[in-house]
Structure formats: structure tokens, C-alpha cells
Design a protein around this ligand. Structure first.
Ligand SMILES: N[C@@H](CCC(=O)N[C@@H](CS)C(=O)NCC(=O)O)C(=O)O
Length: 223
């Protein structure tokens, strides 16, 4: 069977969440880079595969899955040797799903609200309000981690991969106060100890934050 194809970008947080998941379960992906700045996600060919024109998008021998959270669950269900990363138990699974929706609806949504206008539309709006709006999400993350090492208890799940990929992409633009969020910072440190973390997440996260700052400066100089 040919390898599943992942349309991705190194800088894209949800793409990195999928790559972390695939690595943890030992699935080898064929990576196809999509350059969003060049608009490669808006070609008729790509829109035919994913009308939502987002990366990551998975093509598993003709089975198309998009939205990183859906891809992570799909990969674990289909390829993992155990259900640890995405438990079959109804209650545990509901918790993992809820945390992944927290990434979609809060973490990534707020990152996008700040980043997209600056990266793609020449905006200079890096207001304190937008930064504080991101920082508010840290309160909830701290609460999730109050009594546990990972977001859903003492075991790593795909929710950790989804949330770390986003938070590590905005933690210097919207700094994490160590006195208010010690559990959140300890969780980030724990995940950064995974042997594949640096190459599959950290590098892209750093590049995205650098690009964001460079674009902001460029837009301000033009203005
Ligand atoms: N909820 C989606 C969000 C994916 C997403 O918005 N990806 C961005 C890149 S990080 C993208 O493809 N943007 C292009 C677009 O929205 O047209 C997921 O988790 O996969």
C-alpha cells in the first residue's frame, strides 16, 4: 500500500499536530508541502480535494480527511497499535474530543485572529486586546492541567499534540506568565522532551513566530 499523503506546511500548527501524531504511532507519511503565501491551497486541484482549502489535508489512498483533529483521530483509529492516544472508552474519548475542540474554537481561532491579517493582508493590528484575548486561553489550559501531567489525565493523547502545536506558535507574541501559569509551562516543557518534538514542532513554531514578527515590522514600515 502506498504511504498516506499529507498536504502540509512546516509553519502550520495543525499540520505539525498531525506530524507529531503520525510519528508517535509510527505511520510514515508522504509529505507534500503547500505554500500558502503563494496561494497553492487555492488552486482548482486542491479545492477539489478539500473545498475548505486548508492544510493539513490527508489523502490515505483515496480517503480524504481534513481538519487536523479529524486526521489525528483517523490515524490513531486506523493505524495505532493501542487506543492510548485516542481512547475508545466513551467518557475518556469525550474528554479528548473536548480538548481538541478547545484547540479549534479557542486556541487556534485566537491565534488566527491575530496572525492572519498580519501574515496575509498587510495589517499592523497587533493590539493589546488581541494579545490579551489569546492570554485568556491560558487560564483554561492551567485549569485543565491542575491535577494532571497531560490535558486528559496522566497519559499523552492527541489533544496534547493539537494544543501544543498551537500554543508553542504564539507563546512569545502572547507571553505566558510563569507565576500565573506554572502547570501550563511545565506541560510545555514535558512535551518538548519528546525525542521528535524539536524537528516536528519546535522548528516550525519558531519559524512561524519569526515570520509573524518580520511581517508585522514590514507592514508597519509600509504604513
Ligand atoms: N481547523 C483546521 C484549521 C486549518 C487551517 O486553518 N489551516 C491554515 C494553515 S495553519 C490554512 O490552511 N489556511 C488557509 C485557508 O484557510 O484558506 C484544522 O485544524 O485543520
Amino acid at each position: 500500500m502506498p504511504k498516506p499523503i499529507l498536504y502540509y506546511a512546516k509553519l502550520s500548527p495543525p499540520s505539525r499536530a498531525v506530524m507529531l501524531t503520525a510519528k508517535e504511532i509510527g505511520v510514515d507519511l508522504e509529505l507534500k508541502a503547500i505554500n500558502l503565501i503563494k496561494g497553492e491551497h487555492l488552486t482548482p486541484e486542491f479545492i477539489k480535494i478539500n473545498p475548505q482549502h486548508t492544510i493539513p489535508t490527508l489523502d490515505d489512498n483515496g480517503i480524504i480527511v481534513y481538519d487536523s483533529h479529524a486526521i489525528c483521530s483517523y490515524l490513531v483509529e486506523k493505524y495505532a497499535k493501542s487506543d492510548k492516544l485516542y481512547p475508545k472508552d466513551l467518557v475518556k474519548r469525550a474528554e479528548v474530543d473536548a480538548r481538541m475542540h478547545y484547540d479549534s474554537g479557542f486556541l487556534f481561532a485566537r491565534l488566527r485572529f491575530l496572525y492572519e491579517p498580519i501574515l496575509y493582508h498587510g495589517s499592523t493590528d497587533c493590539s493589546i486586546d488581541k494579545i490579551a484575548y489569546i492570554q485568556k486561553t491560558y487560564d483554561t489550559m492551567e485549569a485543565f492541567l491542575k491535577d494532571s501531567q497531560y490535558l486528559c489525565g496522566q497519559d499523552l493523547t492527541i489533544a496534547d499534540f493539537c494544543c501544543i502545536a498551537t500554543i508553542s506558535s504564539m507563546d512569545d507574541v502572547a507571553p505566558i506568565d510563569p507565576t500565573k501559569y506554572p502547570k501550563l509551562l511545565a506541560w510545555m516543557k514535558r512535551l518538548s522532551g519528546l525525542p521528535y518534538y524539536s524537528s516536528l514542532n519546535e522548528e516550525g513554531a519558531v519559524e512561524l513566530k519569526e515570520l509573524f514578527k518580520a511581517k508585522l515590522a514590514e507592514n508597519r514600515n509600509k504604513g
